[in-house]
Design a protein around this ligand. Sequence first.
Ligand code: FES
Length: 282
Amino acid sequence: MTGSAPGIWIAVAQSRDVGRDLLACDAAGRKLVLYRRESGKPVALDDECWHRLLPLSNGRREGDNVVCAYHGLAYGPDGRCVSARLGRPPPAGAKVRSYQAAEWDGLVWVWADGNAAVAPGETAGGAVRIGSAQARLAPECGEHVKGRVPDSKDGSAIMQAELEALFGAYRDAFIERAASAAAFYSEPCVTARAGVVRVHPAQADLAAFFTEVDTRYRQRGYTRFDNVTFAWQGLGANSVLVTIHWVYKDREGSPIWETTFSYNLFKCEGTWKILMQTMHDR
Ligand code: FES
């Protein structure tokens, strides 16, 4: 990760998602494989076998080592190849990059460059940058929180802040130009509104859909909307369900109408995308 994110701890996964099985994730533009040693300590390696650059995450864990699924090279937590197939000695120089990994605040953190002088949470004065643009680009199993020190009490609060920032940006995009709200959605995407389920096969269709929605809203006098409740629930690595109660307001800020939406989000290539949107009532 040198160059892209030097000298910072990056939260790459929630602790509960890292176990004895291999977990692939993106972090600051790198593909990583995460797992735990027998002792429970997390391990982070480049998810790329030295032999043919194939993903180690397709392999299996054996003790503290990870064994490549393709030709059986096994690597230790420090990234050094410890054996080849059929117990043969490792090829000279066979190694994958390993990263210093630590756990703090319900998250697994990886030091982006070399060895950290301090553990995550032990430094003082830094701040997690959770601006809307950054939060939008940050993957949940990846750089979903970037910075030297988390500024919240726990990982849930960090995630909440990230998702609130995302939906703040979503709301602003919608108010400015409805079509830009479509950028927060993936394709294909499913919307369910007032009992009508609609599949949007392509981004152009999504943009047309939101333009139509925006036109209807504005005809009814809505010029802005705010959320009054916001709840989210993790659905495993890279997936989350967000439920928001929105209040739609007129030019003077008086509420006209309110309703609840749920959004299924998935992290696609480092960006949260909405895969499905459900309107709970009219
Ligand atoms: S690609 Fe991993 S051992 Fe060949």
